[in-house]
Every structure is written in C-alpha cells, then in structure tokens.
Write a new protein. Sequence first.
Length: 615
Amino acid sequence: MAKKTFMDPHDVPTIPGTEGWEKLYPYQYQFSNDDPERAAFESSQIWYYDGLHYPEPHFPFDIMWDEAWSLALSQYNTRHIIIPPAMGIDHRIVNGYVYITPVGIADPEVIQKRIPLFMERAGYYYKNWDKLYENWEKKVKALIGELEAINFTDLPEIEDISVVTEGKGVGSGYLLLKKYDDLINMGLLNWQYHFEFLNLGYAAYVTFINTCNQIFPGVPIATLTKMVSGIDVVMYRPDAELIRLAKLALDTGIDQLVLKPLKSAELMNELAKIPAGKEWLAELEKSRYPWFHISTGTGWYHHHISWNDNLDIPFDSIKMHINSIKEGKEVGRPTEKLIKERDKIVEEYRKLIKTDDDREAFEQVLGVARTVFPYVEDHLFYIEHWFHSIFWGKIRQIGQILQNAGFIENANEDIWFMRRDEIKQALWDYSTAWATGVKARGPSYWPKQITWRKGVYEKFKEWSPPPALGVPPDVVTEPFTIVLWGVTTDVLSEWLKGDDAGGDQNILKGSPGSSGVVEGRARVLKNVEELADLKEGEILVATTTSPSWAPAFVKIAGAITDVGGPMCHAAIVCREYGLPTVVGTGKGTRLIKTGDLIRLDGDTGIVEILERVNK
C-alpha cells in the first residue's frame, strides 16, 4: 500500500485572478520549477503552514521578519551553537502563506561529531547565562535607542547653507537612501539578537522533557510544564501596569470617571481637569514607555498596532480590570498558587527518583530550564513588540514621503504592498528626480501596481492554506517542531484525514497547553478588537493568543488555539494565568462556532463539542 502524502508543493494551483503573484515576494521563496535537484528536495520534504506566527497572508514588506528569522534561527543551529541533529528551517511561500520544513541530519556519525562542539558552546552560555543575558539586554536597548533617533522627512527644496559652510560634501538624497539602509539593517540586527539565546532556551526545554521521560516514563507533558511555571518575566509587565493603573484609579476615587463610556482622548481631557486625574495621567505616562509598546497581535504584521498607537485599547483593559477588582476577582497571574503547585509537583516526583545519577540529572535539567524560562518569553517584548512597534512607525514616515511625492495614495496602507528592496528603488527614483529636477516615474508606476497587489492580497485572504504539503516522515522527531509548532506524528495523521474523512467531527485533538478541565460556551475570535465581545465564563477559541489579550483572561474559563505546541507562547501565557488550554487543534476556529457548548481537557489535549448552536 502506497504511503499517503499531502499535495506536492509544486502542484498547488494558483488562485484565479492572482497570476503573477510571485513578484510580491523574494524569488528564493518560490518552490522551484527550473532546478530539478532543488525541486526533488522540495517534493521529498514535509512542509507545514506556519500559522503559529502568521494567521494571515503576508504583505510584501512584512515578510522581512520571516526572512530575518529564516537566516538567524538556522545560522545559530548550524554555524554557531551546532545543534547536533538539526540544521535549520527552510522557508517557501504559496499564495501568500509561508510553509516551513525542518532540515535534519540523518547520518549518526555527523551527529556524533557535532556533539562536542555543542557541549562546549551551549555549555558556555548555560554556565554564564545571567551575565550574557544582561549584556544582551543592553545591546537590544541600545539598538532601540538608535531606532527611536532615526527619522524620515521630505527632501528639501534647497539644501541648507551648512552643506557649503561646513564642507559636508554629502546631500540629503544620499542621506535618505543611507538612512533607509540603516533602518532595514537595524531590523535585521534586531533579529540576529532575537536568536542569540532562543534556540538554547528551547533546547533546554527539550532536554528537560526528554530527561524526565527517561526518569519518569509516561509522565504527562502537562505535569512537566507545571514544573517550570510561576517565574516572573518581563512579558507580563504590560498587563501588570494596567492592573496598577486600575488599582490606582480605585484608590484615588476616580474609577467612576475612568469607567465613563468615553474614548481615550476625551477621557484624558476630563481627567486633566482634576488634581487626582492629573496624578493618574502622570502615572499613565510612566507606564506607556516602554510598557505600552506592546502589539495587539503577534507583532509580526504592521497592522497589529501597539497600545501606544491606539490608547482606547489599554483604556478598555483598565476598565475591565477595575470592574473585575470591584467584583472581588483576582486579576493578573495567580503566581503564588502556581509556585505552590509547582513546588508540590517537583517534590512528589523527586521522591520517585531511585538513583543518585537520575537525581543529579533531574536537578540539572530542571535548574537549566528554569534559568532559561524568562528569556524564552522576555525576548518577545523586546523584539516583536517594543522594537517592531517603533519600526512600523518609521516605515510609515517613509510612506508619507512617497505619498507626498505621488508614488502612493495612502501612506498608512500602500507602502506595505512594496517589498523592502522595491521601497529602496522607489527612494532612488524619488531622490534622483529631486536631484535633476525631472519628473519621477514612480507616480505613474506604483499606484497601478499597488491596486493590483491589493486585489491579489484580498484573494489570498479568501484561500484556506492546507496545513501541510509534501511527504510526511514516518515519525516526527525534530524537537522544536514538536514543542513549539505542535506538529507530531499523530497531528500529521489527523491532517491527512482532512475535515471530511468521516469520524467524529465533535472531537478535536491538540496538545496539552495548560492543565485543567472546563466546560463552557465558545467564543470564536479573529482579532483583539473582538475581545470586547467576550462574556463571563466563555471559552476563547482563536488561531493563537497574544500576551496583549491577558486582561481578558479574568473573564474566560479556558482557551483553545488552532496552532502551537506545549512550549509555544500561547501555551506559556495561558499557564501563567492558570487558564485551562488546548493548543494546536488545527481546525478549532473552523469546526467550533460561537455559542457551542464545549469541554476542553488541558491535560490530555482533547476538545469535545457537546452541543452545537446550529445543528
């Protein structure tokens, strides 16, 4: 019997009306039809849709971050830390959606040769983690400072006299082009920093899980994840700031004013009229920088704006916290409870250890896992949220220049439909036309291009990307694929069956994300704006969850996501808030409807639809 496979990646049909879509993205992202060797490799691999990071199709500019991590993650695996069985992760794009495949090493001899290199290099990081991490934080903050300082404005009608009197010898056109390069390089450098520790963090998790499975055969993954819970990290600080402001509003007696159904600008004007309100606004300003530089989504898309971009969003959350506190609810993370449960579980398992060698191994891997835990979450705030939020604003400044010059019609919308190399070429066109005093070609070229690209993008959004392409392996062994993306042998088997393969469509299988069993009505959400629709006791169902959604967690009974494994960010966030969660169901948002009565088991990864609103 022939092995069942997914569609060959070269056979995915083009969506009618999008012919030529490939020009929106880098050429190396296309599946090959002009290189038999490369094409054979592509057809032999398993490619899975990276919905963990990208629940939407890619804008031509925004794919920059995917390019950045394609380089950074793989180089650290392959050239820096030398992960013994794993090279990098290869990337392709189909109809606007990114597919990835882990590149492993099959030859045992090669793996053995890499082990001493890994032990030396990774060992140095693990032994000096705190010192190196402190240095990392300084580097990232310095880079953010550089980013803040760079700004873009229209080229001047005439250069300032200082270019003559100070003998500068360079013009504004050159400086604009250079600054654009500097900006893009800052973004790429930011992602080099992103992976300095991250692969080691996940490697420590995987080692912890594998070691515990050897010492305690059959130990549930939900139990292991509890052993590294309850550790304070920067990523939860934005929500903590909202809670602080909510409590301050109550303490100073301005809570009724804050709760008025006003937009943030109107509310701030009202607050500024009274002394207590002025004091509260001063505290708000302290919180905003940097803690409101948090994206409303994953931070990977330009339209995932930050709280600072729209203060209505954090104000809604502050109001939510004020109401919760008034109702006597515990807001924020139940840290003490998590730590108590964590320590109890660890002590119970310590008693089961039979040999000194196993005891030493357990203590070592547990200690390392807890040491690396903060970075695995903290880097999110620094990189995807703080840095990205500011970076998008700088690109919008460039968009305004191109809008003023007639290259594009809308600075906030159109520039994202240009690749980063195309923006550089447009700036050349703009600068040389400015220098020579002739009409640039951009105004006659780009508006038509962008109109067409917008139409293509809308068709991409209507397409449902298949979860995988190519040939599944007999057994999924690549550790990051399992713990981060949640792609396991069983998951691939479920995907191969498809939605219409019979069986019980009321049972969904995912990965245990956060422990606990709960029943409730479903609330299927697509974005942060819909959080306001959440009702008390509902179960949130989403493609993935974001740390910026945390204020709503006090309302819900549990969470279900389409993507992710037990160590993905959504699972970690939900654990830290004590929220029963199943991640990586693959099709939760498609099969579950708002209002359905469902039961989720965060220990087994099973979701059951008990009653459908529309039968």
